[in-house]
Design a protein around this ligand. Sequence first.
Ligand code: FAD
Ligand code: FES
Ligand code: MG
Length: 308
Amino acid sequence: MVFSLAKSDFCLYSLLVSAFISEVIVNRIVQKKRLSEEVFRMSFLASHIASERKAGQFIIIQLNSKFGERVPLTIADADSSSGLVTIVFQTVGETTHRLAAMGEGDSIANVLGPLGRPTHIEKFGKVCCVGGGIGVAPLHPIAKAMKDAGNEVSVIIGARSKELIIMEEEMRRITADVSVVTDDGSYGRKALVTQPLKEACESPIPPDLVVVIGPPIMMKFCAETTRPFKVPTVVSLNTIMIDGTGMCGGCRVSVGGKTKFVCVDGPEFDGHLVDFDNMMLRLGSYKTQEKEAHHQCHIQLGIPGEAK
Ligand code: FAD
Ligand code: FES
Ligand code: MG
C-alpha cells in the first residue's frame, strides 16, 4: 500500500510522532536473573511506565537503533517508587536472545508503553487464573490484582516439563490454591491445564471467571473447556505486533466476527469469541525469516547448539 501526506497532514503526523517519542525513554537495565534455561526476568528504569501501568498492559521494545525489530512484552511487575519495570521473557528467537545477552548497565534503546487496555478488575467472586509456560509471568499481576479486589483466586500453572515451570512461589504468595501440571509428569500432576480447569468447572461452585494466558493452542482449548459450562473466559492474545498504535494492522484478529486490533482493543478478549485458527495461521506468517534471523543470531552471539 502506498500513501502520501499533504504538508498539513505531515505536520500533524510529526506532532503525533513527537507525542509517541515523548513516551520513549532510554532505559537502563538494573537487574537480570535467569529463571530457567530459556526464561529471564529483567528490570529496567522507566519511571513513567512504572507509575502509569496497570495489570494486563504491555510495552514494545526496540533493542537498539541499528537493529529495528520491535517486540511486545507484558509488564510483569513495576514499582512506581523506584521507577523499575520488570519483564519476564522466553528466548525464542533473535530479539529475545539479544535481550537475554544484555546485562546490568546496558540500555534498551526504545521502550514504548504502557500499551493496551488494562485487565478489567472487579470483585467477580471465584476467579481461576490459568497460565501456560511463559504465560504465567503476565498472569501474575492479574492474579494479584484479582486477589486485591477481594476475589477468591485459584491458579493453574502448566508447562511441558519441570524446568519450564516458572513463578510458582510468587503465585503461592497470592493464593494457597495453586495446581501445577506438566505434560511429561516431571513435576506436579501429569496433565494438561484443561484437566484441572474442567474439574474446577464441574465443581459445585464453579469459577465466576477464568483468565487464561499461554500459547494460542492452549488458550483455544481452555476456551473450549469452559464453553459448555458457560463460564466467562478471558484470554490475552499474543499476535504479531509492529507499531502498537492500531495503525499498521499487524495484530488484527477476528473476535465474534468483527476485526479487532490486539494492541489497542486488547490484548484481552472473550475467549469464546476469538477465531484462534485464523490467529495461529497469521502468527506463522514470518516463520522463514524468523528462523533465518534466529540462526544468524546464534552464530553472532556464539550460542551453542542449533536454533530451535
Ligand atoms: P522470533 O523468532 O522473531 O519469533 C518467534 C515467534 O514469536 C513468532 O513465530 C511469533 O509467533 C512471535 N513474534 C515474533 N515477532 C513478533 C512481534 N513483533 N510481535 C509479537 N509476536 C512476535 N513473550 C514473552 O516471553 N514474555 C512476555 O511477557 C510476552 N508478552 C507478550 C505480550 C503481548 C501483548 C504479545 C503480543 C506478545 C508477548 N510475548 C511475550 C511474545 C513475544 O512478543 C515474542 O516471543 C517475541 O516477539 C519473539 O521475538 P523474537 O525475535 O525473539 O523471536
Ligand atoms: Fe499495529 Fe496493532 S500492532 S495495529
Ligand atoms: Mg524476531
